[in-house]
Design a protein around this ligand. Structure first.
Ligand code: PEP
Ligand code: MG
Length: 953
């Protein structure tokens, strides 16, 4: 890791201009043996690409990726220019930090610098600094202060033993954002120190974000290691921040005043004794929240906006939970309260604004914060847990056609069976902590057994995996501990469970990662099952005839419980195509549409529905003729699929003898035999990120090699197209911290990320080359948008290939970004092949988020705009003798196959289940007709028109 030391600093340098300063720095880096002579060119080129001025009188000249091989060892050299050097754009530089870095080791240094820059302008101070020590001090910024305020103190908390008290202390630190989630577990491993007077001390640096001290006292006398325990300090330690506090605490103990802390009755007394931040006596007011869904995003936003209108500090907490107050101006903090209907909010405002702010905030809450609210019946009334459909929303009329997100293909016809979530009636207060805990345990056991049964009965791996996750959720110690704490505070088992699940699910829903956010549905699903058990509510029995299940948001376990013989189709008001319920529906082969809008919940039970899970279309009460046609379509499809399955191992040749290769997409190295069994002629897309995601840290080269080798072995000589790691942006790896981005889909993802981490990319490439053993290996790079990205990735691969020779290697790129398609004529001269990722290409061409719950149905890969880009790609490739594959979902769409073949695509790579069907589609085609169709498709204006052209074929 790069650290700054005084030895690296050269004081009082002069340079007439920027080139002279770069020259000086380069000479110093060369003289100190860090770089070769040529590095100066790197420094100069880098400045040409964009100034390295960082702000506040600092510049960070460094080389370009091309001059990385000029670096002998990573290091920095600092030069102070008291007279300043003009760095262009009117920026004066007083300190130039020359960086010689082989990889991204300098990022930590940048982090340090930007932290220093975050404070006051230090440019002038850097100029005036007279010693290397003074300069260094400026760069290291002010040490962070120890957080110690009222929020970090909790007196008389319910705790039976030392562990529970530790957990409470760690929780305070987490709430104050001093530590990450795992701090409680870290503290449990640390040896506690007895300070005397019943006080105990624990500290750790692990997972600490900023230094902070929490102090907790138990509500009843407890003992630890045979000694009394009246108070516990938990220190999140970082640097020297706690030094002063420690000295003060020592004097307090020496003076024999330790017992004052253990027996303190107010936070103020503790803070005064310890010298923490003593809060003024701030006015407070209470109001009961009446919003049906609690303080969810919309009302919370309105509350935060209103609070921001007042200058002073305003805090809010949920009364009687023991949780600390949070800033009423922060939307995320408000959401973290998880406040539910019926709970009392306590507002605390700085005296200067309290008189105006508190009445305004209370009135806003009483008026529903922008929502219609039902008055609260009584203080202890039950809270409804069901989704409520706005009564004024009209139900779809007979004959209406509704577009929704296609989630599982197939045509389904049947009466609507509407299942709106049940309302759970439960008391807020429990009988006693022991009785409520017994209720909870009983319900958890029942649900656990029920899910274990489902795991055993499920044939599909995808379904089993989902239920295994559900069991893990039920056993999550953090969740259970939170519930138990609430039971001890007097809540009923149902209320405590519901509150904890709701706030955990809300936190997940706010995550930027679509997949993780969708896992909140699993949490709510499993939460509802337990709640139903506690409340003794039975599941509603399903009708006997095959029906279409209509739900608000269907939980995966709802789907997995379904009997495919009974449930003809699934229709939901909300949800996206990547939700687990959609995956389960696909695995069970039940046609499904999701995100059809709340109106479908108002359909009259028994209304006949026609659902097309492929086209994303729902017809309400269709006329007899439409029904007849749909039933025929469904039967034909069934027959076609059976015939296709029988011929799945044969090649896909058009009627006039043109061959199209049909490959499989896989994400799991164990998936190859099944793909080959379904007729795959090779693997057209190995999504290697799934392999990385399955590990808690980046898999090393040997682990990766074994996985890739397994795929190649199972392919028995068939080609393997591997995509290098495609993470970042919306799908980060837990062990790769990536800065939060406003628009992750437009951020650092795919090749952009791996080029920033060359060591990860190199190790993946090495593992691939080693696994190849001269078998046909094709490597492609995801999300390439520029020629430079391609060249960097190619050069790295070719360099490694010299080390690890592979006879049958092709290197190509995915066409997922419109710029890459438009540059195909240039790229085609250099690549060996293209593979079009239509999922992303459509997203970026249409500017529609591919996971968007309502818009994604319009992001159709058959849009002529997308087809134009594919056409450019194929023409450019063929003109240069290269091949083109399609590996996005479009390749498996029976209506798209004729168009893609007509555009001249050489290979289609689809999920194993679709191989037989895609081959059958190809066999029905005549190449010349398909070419004409494709040309016509390029001339129309919408995806619907393209689909109509194909249907008319
Ligand atoms: C694509 O974008 O079409 C593709 C195949 O990649 P992924 O779906 O994994 O982003
Ligand atoms: Mg993609």
């Amino acid at each position: 890791m790069l650290e700054l030391t005084v030895e690296q600093i050269s004081m009082a340098q002069t340079a007439v201009d920027k080139p002279a300063a770069l020259q000086l720095l380069a000479e110093l880096l060369v003289a100190d043996g860090l770089v070769a002579d040529g590095y100066l060119t790197g420094l100069q080129n880098r400045e040409k690409q964009g100034s390295t001025f960082l702000g506040q009188g600092i510049a960070i000249p460094h080389g370009t990726p091309e001059t990385r091989d000029q670096v002998f060892s990573t290091g920095v050299r600092l030069m102070q220019f008291p007279e300043g050097v003009d760095w262009g754009d009117g920026h004066m530089v007083y300190l130039a930090i020359g960086i010689a870095a082989k990889s991204d080791e300098h990022l930590r240094l940048l982090q340090l610098l930007t932290r220093a820059l975050g404070e006051n302008d230090i440019g002038e101070a850097l100029r005036q600094a007279e010693s290397p020590e003074a300069l260094l001090k400026l760069l290291q910024g002010a040490p962070q202060e120890l957080a110690l305020d009222s929020q970090l103190i909790s007196l008389g908390v319910t705790a039976d033993d030392f562990e529970e008290l530790v957990w409470r202390g760690a929780r305070l630190l987490r709430k104050a954002d001093c530590v990450d989630n795992g701090f409680a577990a870290v503290l449990q491993q640390v040896e506690a120190l007895s300070l005397g007077d019943g006080l105990w001390w624990l500290h750790s640096e692990q997972t600490v974000k900023r230094p902070g001290l929490a102090f907790v006292t138990p509500d009843k006398p407890i003992r630890y290691l045979g000694q009394p325990l009246t108070g516990l300090f938990c220190l999140a330690s970082l640097g020297e921040a706690h030094q002063t506090l420690l000295e003060r605490l020592c004097s307090l103990l020496i003076e024999g005043r330790g017992h004052e802390l253990g027996h303190a009755t107010s936070n103020r007394a503790v803070l005064e004794a310890l010298g923490g931040e003593v809060p003024a006596e701030w006015p407070t007011q209470h109001v009961t929240l009446a919003n049906a869904h609690g303080l969810h995003a919309r009302p919370a936003k309105i509350l935060a906006q209103l609070a921001k209108e007042f200058e002073g500090d305003i805090r809010v907490r949920v009364l009687d939970t023991g949780e600390s107050a949070v800033s009423a101006k922060s939307l995320s903090k408000l959401l973290s309260l998880g406040a539910r209907r019926g709970q009392v909010l306590e507002f605390i405002a700085e005296p200067s604004v309290a008189a105006d702010a508190l009445p305004a905030l209370l009135a806003a809450v009483e008026q529903g914060l922008g929502e219609e609210v039902e008055p609260l019946p009584t203080a202890t009334s039950p809270t409804p847990a069901a989704a409520v459909v706005a009564p004024e929303m009209p139900a779809p009329v007979d004959g209406a056609q509704i577009t929704a997100v296609p989630a599982s293909p197939g045509i389904a016809i049947g009466p609507a069976h509407i299942q709106v979530l049940q309302a759970f009636d439960y008391p807020l207060q429990g009988e006693s902590a022991a009785i409520e805990r017994e209720r909870l345990e009983k319900a958890l056991n029942e649900v656990r057994q029920d899910i274990q049964g489902l795991i055993q009965r499920s044939k599909a791996k995808a379904i089993r995996e989902i239920f295994i996750t559900h069991v893990e959720m039920l056993d999550d110690p953090e969740l259970i501990n939170e519930v138990i704490l609430r039971l001890k505070q007097g809540e009923s088992a149902a209320a405590a469970w519901d509150n904890v699940i709701d706030s955990a699910a809300r936190q997940q829903e706010q995550l930027q990662d679509v997949l993780l956010a969708e896992r909140a549905a699993d949490l709510r699903d499993v939460g509802r099952r337990v709640l139903a058990q506690i409340c003794g509510i039975e599941n509603v029995a399903a009708p006997d005839e095959p029906y279409i299940l209509v739900m608000d948001e269907v939980g995966p376990s709802d789907v997995a419980r379904l009997d495919p013989a009974q449930v003809a189709g699934i229709l939901t008001a909300r949800g996206g195509a990547t939700a687990h319920s959609a995956i389960v529906a696909r695995a069970l082969g039940i046609p499904a549409l999701v995100g059809a809008g709340d109106g479908v919940l108002l359909l009259k039970p028994g209304t006949v529905l026609l659902l097309d899970g492929q086209k994303g279309r729902l017809t309400v009460a269709p006329d007899a003729e439409t029904l007849q046609r749909a039933a025929e379509d469904r039967d034909n499809r069934e027959q076609r699929l059976q015939a296709a399955a029988a011929k799945r191992m044969e090649p896909a040749l058009t009627v006039d003898g043109h061959a199209v290769e049909v490959f499989a997409n896989i994400g799991d190295s164990a998936g190859t035999p099944a793909a080959v069994e379904q007729g795959a002629e090779g693997i057209g897309l190995l999504r290697t990120e799934l392999l990385f995601m399955a590990h808690s840290q980046a898999p090393d080269e040997a682990t990766q090699e074994a996985e890739y080798r397994r795929v190649l072995d199972d392919l028995q000589g068939r080609p393997l197209v591997v995509r290098t790691l495609d993470v970042g942006g919306d799908k980060p790896l837990p062990y790769w911290p990536i800065d939060k981005e406003e628009n992750p889909f437009l951020g650092v993802r795919g090749i952009r990320l791996t080029l920033q981490r060359p060591q990860v990319m190199e190790s993946q490439l090495r593992a691939l080359l080693r696994a190849a053993d001269n078998r046909p290996l094709r490597i492609m790079f995801p999300m390439v948008g520029t020629v430079e990205e391609w060249r960097q990735a190619r050069d790295m691969t070719l360099r490694l290939r010299e080390e690890i020779p592979v006879a049958d290697l092709q290197i190509g790129i995915m066409i997922e970004v419109p710029s890459a398609a438009l540059l195909a004529p240039v790229l085609a001269k250099e690549v060996d092949f293209f593979s079009v990722g239509t999922n992303d290409l459509t997203q970026y061409t249409m500017a529609i988020d591919r996971g968007h719950p309502t818009l994604s149905a319009q992001a159709d890969g058959l849009h002529p705009a997308v087809l134009q880009l594919i056409d450019i790609t194929v023409r450019a490739a063929h003109a240069n003798g290269k091949w083109v594959g399609i590996c996005g979902e479009l390749a498996a769409d029976p209506l798209a196959v004729p168009v893609l073949v007509g555009l001249g695509v050489d290979e289609l790579s689809v999920s194993a289940r679709s191989i037989g069907e895609v081959k059958a589609c190809v066999r029905e085609l005549n190449l010349s007709t398909a070419k004409q169709l494709a040309q016509n498709a390029l001339t129309v204006g919408s995806a619907a028109e393209v689909r109509a052209l194909v249907e008319a074929l």
